[in-house]
Design a protein. Structure first.
Length: 272
């Protein structure tokens, strides 16, 4: 773990992936805490720069209460970094892995806030592409922050270049069927991914999460998840319908905007 990146002192690693590491850090110029994303130096230099530019530009274009706030970015190959507001809280991957108890109403509100963030981004012409629980942070005050926009990962490769190994490394259980098949995907792929995240938050099990990667991909394209009632006792019929719509195999059968999904999530939460 690096101790210093530019004028940032590294305090603690939050997570590490093939593409990037996220750290809690301190800006030595003013003593303020930040979250610092560092693009992996193990990637080819051109890919490092592409990842850096894509996310930097996406974050600079997005100012929304539920999207992590961009502070600054800099560096060069091997040291590209993006500083954002401090993400002091817990990401949904930790919540799910630890099976932390949480009221259904709160889970719906968290998902609605993510949908709000996606709706804003989509209207700005930015897709997330790889939405997953790790990139959704529940701050200590209860506000939700989404990050990880527009990184060029597995599903941005040209059709035919997707391999099981890449899928395994990425640990992506949340892509839409059209992404798995290498077809053109629009903002409705993010809506499918959000439905998959909500399913896992409700059930503490991924909707298509078999150990075998080929099976996961097959189920995403052609099979329905286990019924919600398998893991959630007596789920509201409206919740089952909401998930069915978000996880529809055909994009035309899903919510057509994340804003539409957000409204239904909040209406359901208010009815509980």
């Amino acid at each position: 773990m690096p101790r210093q990146v530019g004028h940032y002192q590294i305090l603690e690693r939050v997570y590490e992936t093939r593409w990037e590491d996220l750290y809690h850090a301190c800006d030595n110029r003013n003593g303020k805490r930040v979250s610092l994303k560092i693009i992996s130096s193990t990637l080819p230099a051109r890919e490092q720069e592409r990842l850096f530019v894509n996310e930097r530009d996406a974050l600079k274009a997005l100012s929304h209460p539920n999207i992590v706030r961009f502070l600054e970015a800099g560096g060069e190959a091997g040291h590209f970094h993006i500083a954002v507001e401090p993400l002091d809280g817990v990401n949904l991957r930790t919540v799910i892995e630890e099976k932390r108890p949480m009221p259904l109403k709160q889970k719906l509100e968290i998902t609605a806030q993510v949908a709000d963030a996606l709706d804003f981004a989509h209207k700005a012409g930015v897709l997330h592409r790889t939405l997953m629980p790790r990139e959704i942070v529940l701050l200590n005050g209860g506000q939700v922050k989404l990050h990880g926009f527009h990184l060029r990962r597995v599903f941005d490769l040209p059709p035919g270049q997707h391999t099981p190994t890449q899928y395994f490394i990425a640990k992506l259980r949340y892509p839409a069927p059209e992404q798995v098949k290498g077809e053109a995907a629009d903002h409705r792929a993010d809506i499918f991914s959000l439905g998959a995240v909500l399913y896992e938050l409700l059930c503490y099990m991924p909707p298509f999460g078999e150990p075998n990667i080929a099976t996961v991909l097959m189920k995403i394209v052609a099979a329905a998840p286990e019924p919600l009632a398998t893991y959630v006792p007596n789920p509201p019929a409206a919740l089952v319908a909401l998930l069915d719509k978000a996880l529809a195999k055909k994009a035309d059968d899903r919510y057509q905007t994340a804003g539409e999904m957000s409204k239904e999530l909040r209406a359901l939460a208010q009815s509980l």
